[in-house]
Design a protein around this ligand. Structure first.
Ligand SMILES: [Zn+2]
Ligand SMILES: [Zn+2]
Length: 243
């Protein structure tokens, strides 16, 4: 079921199987007729997301772009299931990871060799599934106007090299991908392109944002008052990240 978080931001919860399926967020003022998706989800999890979008009243031809917080398989796995149904959607990814998926290099998508062999044993992955044309390479620091709402792109490497957060100053709302979750958890920092030292900096950046609403890639969302929890999470993890 699709849930409105605030006016202009909706949450379609992921449906985890033996692998996690990322949440999808929808951004855009209802009257704008211009909507963005953030992330897509795991393989085979595209059709229910399309159903959810339609049930919630979105017209698929009003979805103009899909912005990836990063390109792990649980976020990008069903991108190619969504794109044929959303013909006008561009794909926006941070430049660091765009370079990989544009040339079909799935090292970041897979994370590591153990995941890769597990995934390949469970799914028939057609060739080129993770070769994706990127229409806009994000850098971090730019402000995007998405369906009448402003979001700052924050480059928060560490979980992956091109992880981004999308921050709305007005509502102090952060879409955090897998860099930080609710309830004291952070994303893994051992997979390909991860970097604990960078993650440390990124967590400090996040703690300084003064976040009220936290919308992570998995598990529970926090609809208000997230700041103390986030500061606590960062304080607890910093010593474990070395440096
Ligand atoms: Zn991830
Ligand atoms: Zn994830």
């Amino acid at each position: 079921m699709t849930e409105q978080v605030i006016e202009g931001v909706w949450w379609i919860p992921g449906r985890d199987r033996f692998l996690p399926d990322s949440h999808v967020y929808v951004i855009g003022k209802p009257e704008s007729g211009d909507f963005s998706l953030v992330d897509s989800g795991l393989m085979e999890m595209g059709s229910y997301k399309l159903e959810e979008l339609t049930k919630a009243g979105f017209r698929l031809n009003q979805i103009k772009r899909i912005i990836m917080t990063h390109t792990h398989i649980d976020h990008i796995g069903c991108l190619k299931e969504l794109l044929p149904a959303i013909p006008d959607a561009e794909v926006w990814v941070h430049g660091e990871e765009a370079l990989f998926i544009e040339r079909g290099d799935d090292k970041i998508v897979m994370g590591n060799k153990i995941f890769e062999s597990m995934i390949r044993s469970q799914y028939e992955l057609e060739n080129g599934l993770f070769t994706v044309k990127v229409h806009r390479k994000l850098e971090g620091g730019e402000t995007l106007t998405l369906g009448g709402m402003k979001f700052r792109v924050i480059h928060i490497p560490g979980h992956t090299s091109g992880s981004i957060g999308l921050f709305n100053d007005e509502h102090r709302l952060l879409i955090s991908g897998d860099t930080i979750y609710a309830d004291g958890a952070i994303g893994r920092f051992d997979l390909f392109s991860a970097d604990p030292a960078q993650l440390k900096n990124s967590l400090n950046t996040i703690a300084d944002l003064g976040i009220d609403i936290l919308l992570p890639g998995h598990n529970r969302i926090v609809k208000g008052g997230a700041d103390p929890m986030i500061r606590n999470t960062v304080r607890q993890w910093l010593p474990l990240l070395g440096g």
